[in-house]
Write a protein that binds this ligand. Structure first.
Ligand SMILES: [Zn+2]
Length: 500
């Protein structure tokens, strides 16, 4: 069944969302893209005369950065004190003289207050973090040679912003970070070292009106949460809960993830289910039991389908959360889905609650496992996540594939190059049409061209080769051409503006 036209018009006007976003508020700037690693200016501080001990550490080399974060939150005042260490192995193959971190809470005035920062126990005084800038650059006291490891320790305070109303879907993203009257969301809430691309430098793009701009290395996370005001809310988290060893705190671990999200509320109800070795959670507000159960089922089904079609899911838990804002958004082992899809749910499978639930679950394969540059090549995760919706319906509701297609495309207006950046999307709606929907059409046409067997063998191989890494469009097409010698030149010309 499909929704009546009147409802569809409302959806079209306000709610036709294909998941995007991240923090809003900051004035968008032109693309900054990669900035080269600058030569460090002379250190402003006198370095200790004694030889620092074991700095930088050369062994043992970590496989990936380790984030240990202790979040002490006042639930009532929506503020937090944070102790954080990042153990960062230099696996770039180059000597690093600086580090660049993304500090998204600093995009809000007064939102981020750095208290202390040190590298291997030595205070860092030579760093920059301009007001309302997300870019923190630290000049290292000593370069990190290839294979070296440093420990960056910092303490800071967070003042969470109030989540903003979603005013115009064509102009501004909903804000996810912050609090509403019933939910507190910690997303991109801690400073993290952005990826370093050999020959290009640190990758940190500017926020844009729509779409995502952040790029992540894979990392391990150990996050402890406690409440300074005696509150005891429910905590939905990326990663699995482990014993904290302390009565007043809760601890979560995520291995080989991209970004660690938390959503906290005293109002949550929770439903759980186990799929294989994975525990699936759905957090939702009161009076949405039917919808919460549908969200849990969809997520569990999608995990099963995508594990079979693409490759094994990599985490121990998967958490879906009813977002108190108008969008869906993916994080590692975690996603939000809009309250509005809950309100519009009519019990039928072709419905945004189910469609977007499958979409966001697919991002665990195309975003969390196989990462990409979300600002420059957003189609790599978004077109695949959109196409994965179809894969979900084919497996779970095979009679409803054409209904899904009609539902998904009813507002489709303009095709365009799939390989569009967020910065040249031409507005949110045209951006979605190009990257998500035209992208999904490309995948369908590619599948019809090469056949199901080759198509899914290719996707499995692409996943196997790039899980835990970042893929580019060039990587994508290189793997594809290992699976087929079919002439794809007409498809490439039809869907892509760049040569791959
Ligand atoms: Zn998406």
């Amino acid at each position: 069944m499909s929704k009546p036209i009147a409802t569809r018009v409302i959806l079209a006007s306000f709610l036709f969302l294909l998941s995007s976003c991240s923090p809003s508020t900051p004035p968008p700037l032109p693309t900054e893209t990669q900035s080269p690693s600058p030569t460090p200016p002379p250190s402003e501080t006198a370095l200790p005369t004694e030889t620092p001990t074991a700095f930088p550490t050369l062994a043992p080399e970590l496989e990936r950065p380790q984030y240990v974060i202790d979040l002490q939150m006042s639930y009532s005042s929506k503020a937090a004190e944070v102790n954080q260490t990042i153990t960062y192995p230099n696996r770039t193959g180059e000597t690093l003289t600086n580090l660049v971190l993304a500090v998204e809470p600093n995009l809000w005035s007064g939102g981020f207050n750095l208290r202390t920062i040190s590298v291997d126990g030595l205070p860092v005084l030579n760093y920059t973090l301009e007001p309302l800038s997300q870019r923190m650059e630290i000049v290292l006291p000593q370069p990190i040679p290839p294979g070296g490891t440093i420990t960056l320790a910092m303490t800071y305070a967070l003042i969470l912003p109030q989540m903003q109303a979603y005013s115009n879907p064509n102009e501004i993203r909903p804000q996810i970070y912050g609090y509403s009257d019933r939910q507190v969301n910690f997303v991109d809430w801690y400073p993290f070292v952005v990826p370093y691309q050999s020959g290009e430098g640190w990758i940190l793009h500017n926020p844009w009106f729509y779409g995502e701009h952040l790029v992540y290395d894979v990392a391990d996370f150990d996050v402890t949460v406690s409440f300074t005001d005696g509150a005891a809310p429910q905590i939905a988290a990326s990663g699995a809960e482990v014993a904290s060893g302390l009565a007043a705190s809760r601890k979560f671990e995520l291995e080989a993830g991209r970004t660690f999200a938390l959503s906290i509320s005293t109002d949550y109800k929770v439903a759980t289910q186990t799929v294989g070795n994975v525990k699936v959670f759905a957090y939702y507000f009161a009076f949405y039991d039917e919808e919460g159960e549908a969200l849990l089922q969809t997520t569990a089904q999608a995990l099963q389908v995508f594990s079979e079609k693409f490759g094994p899911y990599r985490h121990k838990t998967m958490t879906a959360v009813q977002g108190d804002f108008n969008d869906g958004m993916e994080y590692s082992a975690f996603y939000f889905i809009s309250r509005d899809y809950f309100n519009l749910y009519d019990g039928t499978p072709v419905n945004y609650l189910v469609t977007i639930g499958a979409h966001e679950t697919a991002h665990q394969w195309w975003f969390d496992a196989v990462a990409n540059d979300q600002g420059i090549e957003p189609w790599l995760d978004e077109a695949l996540a959109t196409y994965s919706e179809r894969v979900y319906y084919e497996a779970i509701y095979p009679d409803l594939v054409s209904s899904w297609q009609g539902y998904r495309y009813f507002e489709f207006q303009n095709a365009g190059a799939v390989d569009t950046q967020v910065y040249d999307g031409g507005g949110q709606r045209p951006y979605w049409d190009k990257v998500y929907l035209t992208g999904a059409r490309f995948f369908q046409e590619l599948r019809e061209r090469v056949g199901d067997e080759i198509f899914f063998a290719f996707l499995k191989d692409y996943y196997a080769q790039y899980a835990g890494k970042r893929a580019t469009a060039a990587d994508f097409f290189r793997v594809l051409r290992e699976h087929t010698s079919a002439d794809l030149s007409d498809l490439m010309a039809k869907y892509f503006k760049n040569d791959y």
